[in-house]
Design a protein around this ligand. Sequence first.
Ligand SMILES: [Zn+2]
Length: 331
Amino acid sequence: MAHGDDQPGYWIGVELGVGRIRATVYSAAFGARGTAKHSTKAQRGAEAVMARAARCVRDAADEADLPLGSIRGVGVAVPGTVEADTGRVTSAPGLGWRLTSLKEALEGLLGLPVFVENEGAAAALAAQAVEFDSKPRRLLGLFAGASVSGGWIEDGQPRDRGEIAHMMVASDGPHCCCGAVGCLDAVAGFPAILAQVAAAARDGGRTMLTDLVGANLKDARKGDLRKAFRAGDRLVISALEDAAGFLGLAAARLIAKLRPDLLVLGGALAEVMGERLKAIVEQVLKNRLPAGTGGEVTLAVSALGDDAAVIGAAVLAARQGTAKPALLTGS
Ligand SMILES: [Zn+2]
C-alpha cells in the first residue's frame, strides 16, 4: 500500500470488548461513515471471536457503502496487554486469551494491515489526537464503564500497554477477572457499582434502579444509572462516588510517577457523572499529592464517551498505515 502520502482514505476502528465487538469506518478527518456491532461470544474461543471481528469489519465497510479494498488499515482495541510491534495479545483475562496472535489472524482473514492496541491506550490516544488536537505532550487517560482501562500517551505515542486496569487500589477488594484482588477494574467498573447498590438494597435500602430494571440490578445500564444519579438516588450516588474515589486513588499514584500535563476522565462513568466525577478525583488528588508532586495537573472530562477506544484504534491504523518514521517515533 501507499506510504507517507496525504491521500484521503478510510480506516476502520474496532473495539473488541468482552461482551460486544464494534467496528466503525472513519474518513481521514475521523468523521464516522458506517458502523456495525456483533456480540463477542468469548466462550467460543479466540478463533471464533477473531472470525466474528473480521465479519464485523466487513459489515462496517458494507454499511459505509465501501468495498473492503478501499480501507487502508484496521486498528483494534482490546481489553488486555498487547505487544505493539507483533500485534499479539499477551493477556486478556476477560476474553480468556493468552498469547493470541490477533494481528496475524485478522490480516489473514481480511487482507488488510491490522494494528492492535490496549483499549485504554487507544482511548487515551483518541483524546490526545482528536479531542485535544495533539496538543498535550503527556496525557494520562482513565476510562471507566463496563470495565476500567487507562492509557499513557507521551509525545503522541501510547506508552502503557494495558497494565493500568490491574493496578491494585483496594487490598480488601473483590476478586478481579485477572486472578488478583482489588484491581482498579474490579472496584470502579459498572459491575462493582451495581453490586454495591444491590448489597445496600438487600440490607433494606431503597433505590429507583429496582423500579427501572426489576430485582436483578445487574441488568441496569448507563441510562438507568444516569437517571438514578440525576434523581438523587442515594444508594446509586454513593456507589458512583466510591468508584470515582478509586479512580482518584489510581490517578494520584500514576500522576506522582508519570507527571502528566493533562488527566482525561472518560467512558460511561464520565457520561453518567460528568463534572461530579472530575470534582471527586480533584479532591482525592488534593488530599494525596502534596504541593509540587503533580497535584496541579489539569483535569478534563472527555466528550468522546463510549466511542473513545474505537476512534483511537482508527487513529492508530491511520498513523501506522501511512507510516513515516517520524510519526512512529512521535517527533
Ligand atoms: Zn485485575
